[in-house]
Write a protein that binds this ligand. Structure first.
Ligand code: MG
Length: 334
């Protein structure tokens, strides 16, 4: 197949400020790539959406690679590439592999424009005490599982906020805690002692991904399930952790790599009778990457748990990036 390749950058503003251990974020940046099959004239789109704090390549690394590919020195733009070019994207550029793999498969099978999965979603609450003000609106909208970021302030103060939040939430609400790898081992133990297994569904990424032994030990001791998220950013990470981790795996499909490789890894485990406890989650991507993430989620998500795509409140839904038609998102970026 002879393909031309082009890309456009996007910046999408958050409503409010998103906070994680690497800082405060007011917007999300990424790249949209477009392939055109020179024989059929068909176009395929993919999204490259690395996220700060996760173990795929950074935005700058993805941009450098894609920019070099699309503007080869001394050759015309857009350049002509082949499927082999895409298969040869270096292994460490997992978000770039995801984006190009999607664009390639869209050429032969444009996905339907199914908007949101029918499955229950978890709503991402704002940090700290703001969660207390915001959850009722989500409850009204039908959400029953909530996710709250922790490890952003002193644990004692945060644990007392947790008590307030749990007293406010109806008893049937489930709460997920996400530390984004930012607790010390002692703090994680303090948190786990404070977690009521009836109310807390799981604690996500208590420790830094580098603390593998501590994570494993903590999972053995914990009264509630623990989930890995940052630790399993890429398919290589997931392959390493799958045989040893007793808890949940939070998967952000746009970071993992080529989606067909992710799919075959997960379906092999299922065939072997060793399915993983998977929670598919948003990486605040646009509708282009989300379609593929949701398609995989529908195949492999643990049906007993809410999915993690309840992030609509963080965006202006009229900003153009929710459009089900990728042609229009592309035009929007011109
Ligand atoms: Mg997380």
């Amino acid at each position: 197949m002879n393909l031309t390749v082009e890309f456009r950058l996007y910046t999408r503003l958050y409503k409010g400020i998103l906070e994680n251990r690497l800082g405060l974020w007011t917007s999300r940046t990424g790249l949209i790539v477009r392939l055109e099959d020179l024989d059929t004239g068909r176009k395929g789109y993919g999204e490259i959406a690395p996220f700060p704090g996760f173990r795929s390549e950074t935005y700058d690394q993805a941009f450098a690679f894609v920019n070099r590919l699309c503007y080869p020195i001394g050759k015309p733009h857009p350049p002509v590439i082949t499927e082999e070019t895409i298969a040869g994207i270096p292994e460490h550029l997992t978000a770039t592999r995801f984006g190009f793999g999607c664009a390639l498969s869209h050429l032969s099978a444009p996905e339907d424009s199914s908007p949101m999965a029918d499955h229950p979603q978890a709503a991402l609450l704002p940090r700290g005490s703001q969660a207390l003000e915001v959850w009722p609106a989500y409850w009204e909208a039908g959400y029953r599982t909530f996710k709250w970021k922790i490890a952003l302030m002193d644990p004692a103060r945060e644990i007392s906020l947790l008590d307030k939040l749990l007293s406010a939430l109806p008893p049937e609400a489930k709460l997920r805690l996400d530390a984004n790898g930012n607790l010390t081992l002692a703090q994680a133990q303090e948190w786990l002692n404070a977690c009521d297994p009836q109310r807390i569904e799981f604690l996500e990424q208590p420790l830094d991904p580098e603390q593998k032994e501590d994570l494993l030990q903590l999972a053995q001791e914990s009264p509630i399930p623990l989930a890995l998220d940052e630790s399993v950013s890429t398919l290589a990470d997931l392959q390493e952790w799958a045989p040893q981790w007793p808890g949940i795996f939070v998967l952000k499909v746009p970071l993992l790599g080529f989606v067909d490789q992710t799919r075959s890894f997960l379906s092999n485990l299922r065939t072997q009778g060793q399915p993983l406890d998977l929670v598919f989650s948003s990486v605040l991507e646009t509708s282009i990457a989300r379609k593929t993430a949701l398609a995989l989620a529908q195949e492999f998500h643990n049906p007993k748990r809410a999915m993690g795509f309840g992030v609509q409140a963080w965006f202006d839904l009229e900003d153009g990036f929710e459009d089900a038609n990728p042609d229009r998102i592309w035009e929007h970026l011109s």
